[in-house]
Ligand binder design. Structure first.
Ligand code: PHE
Length: 334
């Protein structure tokens, strides 16, 4: 009777109390085990009833233990005071800034320091902004320099092939002077490889004012290369052709991976091409309603992937779009 009462009244507010109950009552050396061991001292005719009683007590004790354990667990789950604060936390998965985003921001900051603002345009463009206003005549072979994705067989709508389309939108919508930087995603129908992708990023620069000269373009690009790739960087301009600039040039920087000595990235030449540039063609100014007698300008367009690869010694462009966490985690905290 007494033991029955003791079991019934038992409480456990803490894990220790629960453990005391387990050891003292249901455990191998507990009261129940003790009662079983007394069995042999009981008179044979009473053994049956004694056994039944002890068995009932054993079941009651085990039920009670389960009940106390469940109660304690739900108490701990709801009551902050009973939570085990020493348990390790559930890991909180933190994302990190994508290397392309990081480099885009870094480039923007460098140009903002010399007075450039940021402008944006749509990724789905019309022929006018991507080609015609940029002095690509209809059916001119220069359009084939850029393998264009057209939308729904409508030759007027395409995914922009370069950020130069944003130049046109800026010039159409405001009055010079302009000093603007346009970062964004561009699309070309190219076979995906370690060096090319159908989706990539460019950053466009446009400077239009009175008396802007080719020297201003060179100074600006030189300043940028030193800021971005380090004070020992060099730039090189090679004559080239774009319909929207005259004269036009390809922009090379000294290879920041091998320091210009020759490596796989620069193909042992010491130089890597990062974009194109030139003086805005007067036809482009006119197409956007700007007086080409009064204003001159320069423009440049650079590949963000290429610059990120050079800066962080990445040898495969596909890594940027695969979202492999082993790659992305290396940029945590940078
Ligand atoms: N839009 C050109 C390209 O994508 C780059 C460029 C921009 C060249 C501005 C000159 C001036 O290849």
């Amino acid at each position: 009777k007494k033991i029955e009462e003791q079991i019934e009244k038992a409480t456990a507010q803490t894990k220790d109390e629960l453990e005391d109950f387990r050891i003292g009552v249901v455990g191998r050396k507990g009261i129940i085990a003790d009662l079983f061991s007394q069995m042999k001292t009981v008179a044979p005719e009473e053994r049956k009833t004694f056994g039944q009683t002890v068995n009932a007590l054993k079941n009651a004790a085990q039920d009670k233990f389960q009940e106390l354990q469940d109660a304690l667990e739900s108490l701990q789950a709801t009551d902050i005071n009973h939570q085990d604060l020493t348990l390790p936390n559930i890991p909180n998965e933190m994302g990190s800034v994508h290397p392309i985003t990081k480099v885009r921001e870094e480039i923007s900051r460098i140009f903002e320091r010399i007075g450039f603002n940021i402008s944006e345009g749509p990724e789905i463009e019309d022929d006018w902004h991507n080609f015609s206003a940029l002095n690509f005549p209809p059916n001119h072979p220069a359009r084939e320099m850029q393998d264009t994705f057209f939308i729904e067989k409508n030759p007027d709508i395409a995914l922009r092939t370069h950020t130069s389309s944003v130049q046109v939108r800026v010039m159409e919508n405001a009055k010079p002077p302009f000093r603007t930087l346009s970062p964004g995603r561009v699309y070309r129908n190219e076979t995906i490889s370690a060096r090319a992708h159908c989706i990539f990023h460019q950053i466009e620069g446009l400077y239009v004012d009175k008396n802007v000269s080719f020297k201003d373009l060179k100074d600006t690009l030189y300043y940028f290369a030193k800021e971005f790739f380090g004070p020992n960087s060099q730039i090189r301009l090679r004559p080239s052709y774009f319909p929207f600039t005259e004269p036009s040039a390809e922009l090379d920087v000294s290879c920041s991976v091998c320091g210009g000595k020759g490596c796989n990235i620069c193909k042992y030449s010491g130089w890597v091409e990062i974009g194109g540039c030139g003086m805005v063609d007067p036809n482009v100014l006119k197409a956007s309603g700007i007086d080409a007698e009064e204003y001159t300008g320069f423009a440049f367009g650079m590949g963000i992937e290429r610059m990120t690869m050079l800066k962080y010694k990445i040898n495969d462009l596909r890594l940027f779009t695969e979202n492999d966490l082993r790659f992305l985690r290396q940029f945590e905290g940078l």
